[in-house]
Design a protein around this ligand. Structure first.
Ligand SMILES: Cc1ncc(COP(=O)(O)O)c(C=O)c1O
Length: 380
């Protein structure tokens, strides 16, 4: 049996909505479905303003422009994240400053954020790893006391909550991803969440997203022609993709419940190994209501992790690992980092294993994965 690491969950509505979008004949950006999706997110998650984007990466890039990042500015973020978090900053000439993670959650460590603040720090980007919230109360308090902006990289955190508030809606800006690997997907897509009640910020974001023009104002009928106003790029997704995404979001609750069921089985089966000190499972703090995006464990050594990974893969179970920390990547080394600069991150990444997790996982696929896991661990 082959168990992929992820698989999009499709209801029948995706086809119906895409067909309808084609019939409507307006398949470029900011059509009927784009508006439906942004309305849906604004209402469901309680967001001031949502702008749909072509990817989570592009939502992050927009925040770098909106926060006016300039050369010499420093942005604190975890090293344990995707390259997009750091690229967004580097593209503006600013400098990513990598902070440690808490080994139990693999989310950024607020104490290390404090240690890394300098006169040049402008922004903090917490990344909600695996859809489990960072310690946002502490992070927001640190940011406010140093007059810093906060951007939530909630690429993995759509439909997760922290103290009852949806991830992406807590800081100044939030960024979502709807990439094919995510819980709710249109293949490639994202969203920028603007949480500041500022018409000026919204105007600026709309202009950045529409190639530096005021096309959004034109579409609303506020101006009778549109013009080049400021710096910008092309960040609005095709309405065809938004048709797919609307169907996915309408099934949000079902998808989350199905993922939760898989997560709970994994947790119950693996508990015995945690008790025996063979592995440690991901920790979900009480104040977090996650979306069950990832199920991860860490082993005591990289050798054991590699052995389990190879053996599961040999049985057709696509267990995987990530991220290769940014500070010890070739680019991180160019920025002057050494692997030991962030030893908790380095060790965690080397010992981490992810198990396949998707909404449509069948009972026999779950059973096969767990039987494989037990057999591999039994042979250790
Ligand atoms: C933490 C994080 N940030 C940003 C991104 C980029 O999102 P996208 O693939 O939609 O550009 C990802 C993608 O996996 C991610 O995991």
């Amino acid at each position: 049996m082959i168990i992929p690491s992820y698989k999009p969950y499709l209801s029948k509505k995706e086809r119906e909505y895409v067909h309808d979008a084609l019939e409507r004949g307006q398949i470029s950006g900011d059509g009927y479905y784009t508006e439906k999706v942004s309305d849906f997110i604004e209402k469901s998650f309680g967001v001031w303003r949502v702008l749909m984007t072509t990817s989570g990466t592009h939502a992050l890039e927009m925040t770098s422009i909106l926060t006016r990042l300039e050369p010499e500015d420093e942005v604190i973020m975890p090293s344990f994240t995707f390259s997009s978090t750091a690229n967004a900053v580097i593209l503006r000439g600013a400098k990513p400053v990598f902070a440690e993670v808490n080994p139990d959650s693999l989310n950024i460590d607020p104490d290390d954020i404090e240690r890394k603040i300098t006169k040049k720090t402008k922004v903090i980007i917490p990344v909600h790893y695996a859809g489990v919230a960072c310690e946002m109360d502490r992070i927001m308090a640190i940011a406010r006391s140093h007059n810093l902006m906060v951007i939530e990289d909630a690429a993995q955190g759509v439909n997760s909550k922290y103290r009852g508030q949806y991830l992406g809606t807590i800081a100044d800006f939030g960024c979502y991803s709807f990439h094919g690997t995510k819980n709710y997907t249109c293949g490639e897509g994202g969203a920028l969440l603007i949480n500041q009640e500022s018409a000026q910020t919204i105007d600026k974001a709309e202009i950045i997203r529409q190639k530096g023009t005021n096309r959004c104002q034109f579409l609303r009928g506020d101006v009778n022609k549109y013009n080049w106003i400021d710096t910008g790029s092309s960040y609005s997704p095709s309405d065809l993709l938004m048709a797919v995404l609307l169907a996915q979001l309408e099934d949000m609750r079902v998808i989350k419940e199905k993922r939760k069921a898989v997560y709970n089985i994994y947790r119950n089966v693996l508990e015995q190994y945690e008790k025996r000190g063979i592995l440690k499972m991901m920790w979900i703090p009480e104040e977090c209501d996650p979306n069950y995006h990832i199920f991860w464990v860490v082993f005591n050594t990289e050798e054991i992790r590699d052995y389990v990974l190879t053996e599961l893969n040999r049985r057709g179970v696509s267990a995987s690992f990530h991220y290769l920390p940014l500070h010890s990547s070739p680019m991180g080394k160019n920025l002057g980092y050494k692997p030991n600069d962030l030893s908790v991150t380095e060790k965690s990444a080397r010992c981490l294993l992810r198990l396949p997790l998707y909404a449509g996982m069948t009972e026999s696929e779950i059973e096969y994965t767990m039987q494989g896991f037990k057999a591999v661990i039994g042979a250790l």
